[in-house]
Design a protein around this ligand. Structure first.
Ligand code: CP
Ligand code: NVA
Length: 302
């Protein structure tokens, strides 16, 4: 038996495979729109392990499996023994005997790596403290839909150099997307991620000046300043990001600049209500594209 392919980080795919998954996603989105039945994972079960809350990830994976003719089983933090004494590697081996695919949202990135090491079915990262590669798939799909390619738009990340940003940095390098990352120096992208981006393609420009960075941007992308698990740092982070001018408001945007956010958004913190409710916001397309991108991924991994 060959080892399964996993999707723990976006660069677990080659650039060519990434394009293939995105094309599959577009195809499945079309089929869905035309009401065409596509039971490509008929009778298959996805196990979904969640240590953190989720709206989009849970519902898009579960709905995606239903649309593909399969089934998803939700395993929340109090439903299974993981986190209550059973080791990650035992969870991986036991669940592999029941399900055909596994998805996990956990705190420690090493835990999803360990799941992948011991599972005998494909493991998909549904977000860790360090990475959110499924979000990057949906984001790249959204950008390609808006601009037709990855060469045209200039994308600027504004805010925390967090899990969503780090996966975007790698994904952008893989598809040659022009990306600039503006963060406070204390909350920048990990050097290891920037080094990896340089191996994969062109690394992003990095800066600590959100105003200069967003000059002429086609897309400004932001995310919460305080990620799940960082609640103790809330006061310090809010003060730092506010002081640095990292809030995405109308003033930071040119007349045609579009705005992305992986959601959930904290209006009044990293983004204003006005921007969220404006026609600039691509956020609902991004949220929808989680469904299509993950269906592309799951059918490719299977
Ligand atoms: N963007 C995202 O992953 O959303 P959820 O936390 O709601 O899954
Ligand atoms: N950076 C956020 C993303 C949520 C989808 C977090 O980790 O909480």
């Amino acid at each position: 038996m060959t080892d399964p392919r996993h999707f723990v980080d976006i660069d677990d795919l080659t650039a060519e495979e990434l394009h293939t998954v995105l094309t599959r996603a577009t195809d499945l989105k079309e089929r869905e729109r035309r009401g065409k039945h596509h039971p490509l994972l008929s009778g298959q079960t996805l196990g979904m392990v969640f240590e953190k809350p989720s709206t989009r990830t849970r519902v898009s994976f579960e709905t995606g499996m239903t649309q593909l003719g399969g089934y998803a089983v939700f395993l929340g933090p109090d439903d299974i023994h993981l986190g209550h004494g059973e080791p990650v590697k035992d969870t991986a081996r036991a669940l592999s005997r029941y399900v055909d695919l596994l998805m996990a949202r956990v705190f420690d990135h090493a835990d999803v790596q360990e799941l992948a090491e011991y599972a005998t079915v494909p493991v998909v990262n549904g977000l860790t403290d360090d990475a959110h590669p499924c979000q990057t798939l949906a984001d790249l799909l959204t950008i390609r839909e808006q601009f037709g390619d990855f060469e045209t738009p200039r994308v600027v990340w504004v805010g925390d150099g967090n899990n969503v940003a780090q996966s975007l940095v790698l994904g952008a390098a893989m598809v040659d997307l022009d990306l600039t990352v503006a963060t406070p120096p204390e909350y920048d992208i990990d050097d290891a991620v920037l080094d990896r981006a340089a191996e994969l393609g062109t690394p992003p420009e990095t800066t600590t000046d959100p105003r200069a960075a967003t000059e002429g941007a086609d897309i400004v992308y932001t995310d919460v300043w305080v990620s799940m698990g960082e609640e103790d740092e809330r006061a310090a982070k809010l003060e730092r990001f506010q002081r640095g001018g990292f809030r995405v408001d109308a003033d930071l945007l040119g007349p045609d600049t579009r705005v992305m956010h992986c959601l959930p958004a904290h209006r009044g913190e990293e983004i204003t209500d006005e921007v969220m409710e404006s026609d600039r916001a691509l956020v609902w397309d991004q949220a929808e594209n989680r469904l299509h991108a993950q269906k592309g991924l799951l059918t490719w991994l299977d």
